[in-house]
Design a protein. Structure first.
Ligand code: G3P
Ligand code: CA
Length: 274
């Protein structure tokens, strides 16, 4: 059975603050196949790599991303000043005084793509759009424009690096996935699945996405979902796989991609560690 691809969740967050270039560089350096980033749209329409609606957990500022202009966000220090516990989403474990290697500026998707495309093939990218309702389809339109600028839209088929899509779009929103599939049919999409699987199982397997993305807890409860997804022609990308037992389950079920806060540990367990 083929081993799953390893995707570093928000960068290699055990080694550096999430959504910083330091975290993404670290993930690439240890051999992760891809990195994951969350994107939100600022008030003036710029895509930035921030997970939460608010910025207080990952910067020294206060406010809602979609209500602030990029210039306002850039007044705050991101990443190096604050660090979230990667295993407990709402817990800040340290306010660090690490050297400000990235100037502490909020990471824009453009800056991340500058890095990713500087050495094509080193590490691929999974982009999760967050809360598309406030800006409606502008988020997906901006994402498509961004991918076009970087030559990542594909033409009839995805741009591939080492035989895998260079970039994928993911969302919990079925509407956002449908919009992306309409706007950029060559970009693979992952329909993320939150708390409930059974009520929407059939709908997901027939949806627009090229892959489905359940949480690992959903697979523990419904392991047959992987075979059913494969039978429906969809890859299975599972999050967030941090424990050895969960990696074993994902491998046994034939999961295609595991998304993890601990890429170093999983790569080691897969016999790929340095
Ligand atoms: O990869 C999917 C995963 O990132 C979804 O959860 O909250 O970490 O964005 P969250
Ligand atoms: Ca995410």
């Amino acid at each position: 059975m083929t081993a799953p691809e390893v995707v570093a969740h928000r960068g290699a967050t055990a080694g550096a603050p999430e959504h910083t270039l330091a975290a993404y560089r670290h993930a690439a350096a240890i051999g992760a196949d891809a990195v994951e980033c969350d994107v939100r749209m600022t008030r003036d329409g710029v895509l930035v790599c921030v997970h939460d609606r608010q910025i207080r957990h990952t910067s020294n500022g206060r406010g809602i991303v979609s209500a602030l202009h990029l210039a306002e966000l850039e007044q705050f220090q991101f990443g190096p000043r604050r660090r979230r516990n990667p295993w407990a989403d709402d817990e800040i474990v340290a306010v660090t005084d690490e050297p400000d290697v990235e100037n502490g500026l909020v990471l824009t998707l453009d800056r991340l793509l500058d890095y990713i495309t500087a050495t094509p093939g080193t590490v691929r990218l999974a982009i999760e759009t967050k809360h598309p309702t406030r800006h409606a389809r502008k988020v997906e339109e901006a994402l498509v424009a961004c991918l076009r600028r970087y030559g990542l839209l594909g033409n009839g088929r995805p741009v591939e690096w080492a035989g895998k899509p260079a970039v994928r779009m993911m969302s919990f929103s079925q509407l956002a996935v449908r919009r992306m599939a309409d706007l950029a049919p060559a970009v693979p999409t992952v329909q993320l699945i939150g708390k409930r699987l059974r009520p929407v199982r059939r709908e997901l397997l027939n949806g627009a996405a090229t892959a489905v993305g359940p949480g690992i807890g959903l697979l523990r409860a419904d392991p047959a979902f992987v075979a059913d997804a494969h039978a429906a022609g969809k890859e299975v990308h599972v999050w967030t796989v941090n424990r050895a037992a969960d990696l074993d389950l994902a491998r046994d079920l034939g999961v295609d991609v595991v998304i993890t806060d601990r890429p170093d540990d999983l790569l080691h367990r897969l016999g790929r560690g340095g």
